[in-house]
Design a protein around this ligand. Sequence first.
Ligand code: NAI
Length: 734
Amino acid sequence: MALSFEGRVALVTGSGGGLGREYALAFAERGASVVVNDLGADTKGGGKSSAAADKVVEEIRAKGGKAVANYDSVEDGEKVIQSALDAFGRIDIVVNNAGILRDRSFARTSDLDWDLIHRVHLRGSFSVTRAAWNHMKNQTFGRIIMTTSAAGIYGNFGQANYSAAKLGLLGLANTLAIEGLRYNIRCNTIAPVAGSRLTETVMTPELVASLKPEYIAPMVLWLCHEQCQENGALFEAGAGWIGKLRWERSQGSIVRQKNQPMTPEAVRDQWDKICDFTDATKPKSIQESLLSVVSVLSGLDSDGAVGATPTAAAALASGVNPAEAVGQKLPPSTFVFTPAQCILYALGVGMSTKDPDHLRFLYEGHEDFSCLPTFGVIPSQAAMMDGGLSTIPGLNIDFTQVLHGEQYLELYKPLPTSGTLTSEATIADVLDKGSGAVILLDVKTYSGDELICFNQFSVFVVGAGGFGGRRTSKSARAAVPPPKRAPDAVVIDSTTRDQAALYRLSGDWNPLHIDPSFAAMGGFKAPILHGLCSFGFAARHVLKQFAGNDPSRFKAIKVRFAKPVMPGQSLQTEMWKDGNRIHLQCKVKETDAVVLAGAYVDLHGVSEASLETLTQHGALQSELVFAEIGRRIKDSGSELVKKVNAVFAWEITKDSQSAAEWTMDLKNGSGSLHKGPCGGKADVTITVSDEDFMEVVQGRLNPQKAFFSGKLKVRGNIMLSQKLEVILKDHAKL
Ligand code: NAI
């Protein structure tokens, strides 16, 4: 598809002639609104005229394009950018192209020759770009071009001032590429070769005529297009050829011996090796560059002789310093939502009106309308989405290399279905896993002063390890492997082709999940499903299977993201019940690959919220406990029959009156529980008040003590009361 710049505003400095004019015409032809900036100076920076810019604007308008002229010097960057804002309301693209020459042999270069060149090229590009920067940041889009020259890259006789300023622009671009990354601002540098008034003094007229400026413009347009993710790169181009440059570094040689002084003789003797490019490396970042330097220290100075310890030096080189980062807080974030967000989220994690049980999460008019518990990750991730991590000192990392490793979520009460939530995120720890760093981010989410939920994000940063930090952390909520036996329940559910397209609307806008070219850059064949989407699927499978879709039963979830899922694949959630903990593992059914590992959901045995409601309505609290025991007998009754081998009859009293009877048969078949009298079959009958029963199951009253104090009466085989703890065991944690 043709590259369009419709809706974009492009500024090309020095576009009254030469290369700049070509760029301006090309941008306008493809729909951009263009600011044609030119001071109208002579090649040495003298004089001033509005004619050059006006002429180009006229040319663009004559062809039906949109353009305005600006005659300020690039040294007044604010004014230049203001004219873009005044005319078109925004600025998307800045091509720093304006330039002059004051060539002299070095000995004859005056202060003025030096300063003028630096003012126009280096300071001018700085001034214009800085004025555009915050606009680009706020709109999370920007494309910047710096124009260097072969004279800067390789040096050229008589151009000391120009070479220095031009290569200064490459340094500027390299840093802007890093600082702009998280705002989708890309900055690249070009070294063009073209016939223009600047080159007509050094090239033959034939060469000037054949090296046309229009052979450079297409590269500039591509680098400035939203589809192009190239960043921090350097290109040479001319005559229709384009090539990319990078740094190369020899393996080098260590010329210092442990505990020996370093000498110039040793340097001389190793010189050939130092300069030998066999097996050269190509460092891409300051971290990569420094790391190989400081790794020498661990070999030579493990006794600390050089002052910096290898680990401290490695931390410095890798850009990760836990001592500085841990305990730092991210700027607080606010999340405002209505039932629409809860419903959108439920749809995003695969809920459907096909299942009547799902209606309570999909219809705001439903009498039990609720928010899915795993929606609790959504308000908290806002803190991270805003690029908050990059503001933390001691975390100078490449944010393109970040992977979501693990997630823990705990709810302190069921989530509201609308309102305003605020989240506070703290760096809980930074771990060194060798191949990368793991950042543990603890996020507490509040409604007013009330703590609603806690999230721990484990973020893996590829290539940021090796800073000499700890491998494990006390603060980490660990993943737990599932039991070895076959799962107690398995649910298979398909995701749709548009699952990621739908899920992202809940707030994770990472293009990795929608944009094929972005996914390809990450090494994926197609956009992948959000890990937190599979997480939502698995959690609701557990909630349905083991908690009757009652969100108040949900306490916490932990998962490790093991492999990606492609939208359209089926998820197979395998579950193991272990008391109130449901271990789970999620696989892609089509490939059998484990995608969520070491995962579990913790449920409340009986929700305290339901207890409260029940008591308010005068109902028995013990009802819920018996219901849970009933479920447990269904799941693992034969085991209990083996351990207990008796029939228990229960008489529950309320206000000294008999209020309910239960028969618990843990002797015959695989066990059973029913409400009602036992018909004389009981081996033991226990009478207890509803309140004391709850005290016992909540572990606040020991059954023996209850017996001796007369709160719990036992008739029949008194010895069997010792088995009470086995029967009620799972509720002691309530
Ligand atoms: P050019 O002289 O045709 O264009 C430069 C334009 O910048 C002129 O229209 C001039 O009026 C304008 N300008 C100068 N000072 C200004 C200021 N303070 N504020 C605003 N505008 C100002 O030259 P050409 O060849 O098109 O060069 C464009 C850029 O490419 C320059 O940065 C140059 O250093 C660079 N370059 C060009 C090469 C070539 O082969 N043409 C080789 C390497 C680099």
